[in-house]
Ligand binder design. Sequence first.
Ligand code: FAD
Ligand code: EPU
Length: 337
Amino acid sequence: MIKRNINLKKLNTFGIDVFCDYFVEINSISDFLNLIKETVYKSNQKLIIGGGSNLLFTKDFNGIVIKNNLKGIDLVSENNDEVILKVGAGENWHEFVMWCINKNYSGLENLSLIPGCVGASPMQNIGAYGVEIKDVFEHLEAYLISDGSHRIFNKNECEFGYRDSVFKREQKNKFLIASVNFRLKKHANLNTSYGAINLELAEMKITSPTIKDVSNAIIRIRKSKLPDPNEIGNAGSFFKNPEISIKKHDELKKVYENLVSYSLANGNYKLAAGWLIENCGLKGYEINGAAVHTKQALVLVNKKNCKGIDVFNLSNYILKQVAQKFGVSLEIEVNIV
Ligand code: FAD
Ligand code: EPU
């Protein structure tokens, strides 16, 4: 059923108080294929949402918001070493990760506690603690938003990069992702190389960790750093960590000895954008209730019922300050609507 004039405050984790002209939830593919025959659908711009945890609404949405509720976790195949699971786009990401851990399927434990739904996970190739979904991705099924035609995207076709995929570029807003297939290991293949994980496990006094232990360690780290959207509106990291040349890196390192950077396989360096923002003196900086989080400067928060445009203006201010001080351009990670 298509509803009119719906408030989206509870449907985006920034908690931005905006309205959309039309709103509909789809619970099956046939719901979607019926929807596309409706005049309201044909004559309006569309926005598909999952958990609304990587979106910033800067104004009311003059069009139809489609909330993807396609559910289901199916075992497609298995052998002694691996399983392939087909997962509905509307499944909650963290609940799906917990489901896998309970079955002892390994591969997603480092991605515990990321908000949102499975369908959005390929959009920016979600990543955390040394793992990205491209590492376990098999293929996805999608439907063309314009005419409902079905298409499969394999891993190459998704063109995954750091917080990036073809769905953020050439295919932006063109497809409804309906399900994602993941290839997971039956025998734990733990990745604890990301520094903080081993420290956390040591603190938990765990010497031979299980999948569940790694997940718990990551949940503990995340809870200590990132603000809970139920307590204060946010969409996780607002910017990507920028990649710079070795030359630029060496210039910066001469001036800023404690610069936080990581060397990349291609010879370039990645900088911690949170460090850059903090070192512009912007932790806690606020514009009209939109603020830089005091614990993690890469996260912008809705501190006092701000408007989306206030967060956007704050992000522009940060971009300018970081460019002026360090000569580095930050790129926004969050999808601006
Ligand atoms: P939404 O915000 O609803 O949508 C995001 C984009 O995907 C939009 O452009 C939307 O139109 C599109 N979209 C959504 N579903 C579909 C679909 N089925 N078909 C087609 N298009 C679709 N991200 C990370 O990568 N790593 C992290 O560690 C991380 N930590 C976070 C921590 C916090 C506290 C928060 C609030 C966010 C964090 N994020 C992180 C960002 C976010 O959780 C992820 O990007 C997540 O995948 C977004 O899922 P969603 O369902 O909420 O997407
Ligand atoms: N730092 C500061 N000041 C800050 C914040 C960070 O100096 O205010 C420095 C710290 O020294 C730390 C380094 O930056 O050593 C990295 O910080 P952190 O470990 O918190 O990770 P991040 O680089 O800020 C990235 C991802 C997160 C992901 C974590 C863990 C991006 C844009 N962000 O954050 O993803 O969870 O690593 O892998 O790559 C997201 O995409 O929304 C997200 C939360």
